[in-house]
Design a protein around this ligand. Structure first.
Ligand SMILES: C[S@@+](CC[C@H](N)C(=O)[O-])C[C@H]1O[C@@H](n2cnc3c(N)ncnc32)[C@H](O)[C@@H]1O
Length: 214
C-alpha cells in the first residue's frame, strides 16, 4: 500500500530534526510539575502492558518506565527510534505507525499518545482512535496530550532543516466527542493556561484520560 504523503512528511521531518529536537526539549518533563502529575496519575491507574504511540526520543516512555510502568514505544521516525534506543537501552522501541499498530487485539492495559496525535490529519482521527481501542483491553487506559486550539501550525523549517510538519491543535470537547464515538469513556481532562516564556507550551495544553468501554 502506498504511504500517505502526510505520513512521509512527518517521518522525514522528525528524521531530520531528531537530534536538535531532543536536545531542545531534554529538560521539559523535569520542568513541568503538571506533566509529571498527569503522567504519575496514569502510572498509578494503569495495569498491564503499555505502549507509547509516537514516543519520539523516549523521555515520556522512560519517565513512565521509572514510575514502574511496563511500557514500550513506537514511532514513525527511524531516527527518533534509534535515538530513543540509544538513550534508554532498557526499554524497547520500534518503528511503526499508530494508525496500524503491530499489536494484538485487546492485549494492552494502556496506551499513551503524548503530543503525537497532533500530527494525524483530522479526518483520520476516528480511525486512529478505533485502532487504539482495538489494541486496548476493555477497561484499558488511554492518555492523550495535545495543544488546545483550532488551527494547524505548518512548519517549512525547523532547527535549520527544511521540513514539512503540521502541528494540529485540538479542542478538548471535540476530542471527547471523538473518544466517545470510538468507544471510550472519558474519565478526566486537564486544561492548562499558556505558559509565557515557554518554548514548549506557549499555547493552552490539554491532557485527557479515557478508558476503553466494555
Ligand atoms: C512532538 S513529538 C512527541 C514525542 C514524545 N511523545 C514526547 O512527548 O516527547 C511527536 C512524535 O510523534 C511521532 N509520530 C507522528 N505521527 C506518528 C504516527 N502516525 N505514528 C507513530 N508516530 C508518529 C513523530 O515521529 C514524533 O516523534
Amino acid at each position: 500500500m502506498t504511504e500517505p504523503a502526510d505520513r512521509r512528511a512527518t517521518r522525514d521531518g522528525y528524521d531530520a530534526i531528531a537530534e536538535p529536537y531532543t536536545e531542545e526539549f531534554r529538560d521539559e518533563l523535569a520542568g513541568s510539575a503538571l506533566d509529571r502529575a498527569v503522567l504519575g496519575a496514569f502510572a498509578e491507574l494503569v495495569e498491564g502492558d503499555v505502549l507509547e504511540a509516537g514516543s519520539g526520543p523516549g523521555s515520556v516512555t522512560a519517565h513512565l518506565h521509572a514510575c514502574g510502568v511496563a511500557i514500550r514505544g513506537v514511532d514513525l521516525s527511524p531516527a527518533m527510534v534509534a535515538l530513543a534506543r540509544r538513550q534508554h537501552p532498557g526499554i524497547a522501541f520500534a518503528v511503526g505507525d499508530m494508525a496500524a499498530l503491530d499489536v494484538a487485539d485487546a492485549s494492552l492495559g494502556g496506551l499513551v499518545a503524548w503530543y503525537s496525535l497532533i500530527h494525524v490529519p483530522r479526518p483520520e482521527l476516528p480511525a486512529v482512535l478505533a485502532e487504539f481501542r482495538r489494541v486496548l483491553r476493555p477497561g484499558g487506559r488511554l492518555l492523550l496530550g495535545f495543544q488546545v486550539g483550532d488551527d494547524v501550525s505548518h512548519h517549512d523549517e525547523a532547527f535549520g532543516h527544511r521540513v514539512s510538519l503540521d502541528f494540529r491543535r485540538l479542542q478538548p470537547d471535540a476530542v471527547a466527542d471523538l473518544l466517545v464515538e470510538a468507544g471510550f469513556d472519558v474519565t478526566a481532562r486537564v486544561v492548562r493556561a499558556p505558559e509565557v516564556d515557554s518554548r514548549a507550551k506557549p499555547l493552552p495544553q490539554a491532557a485527557m484520560l479515557a478508558r476503553r468501554a466494555r
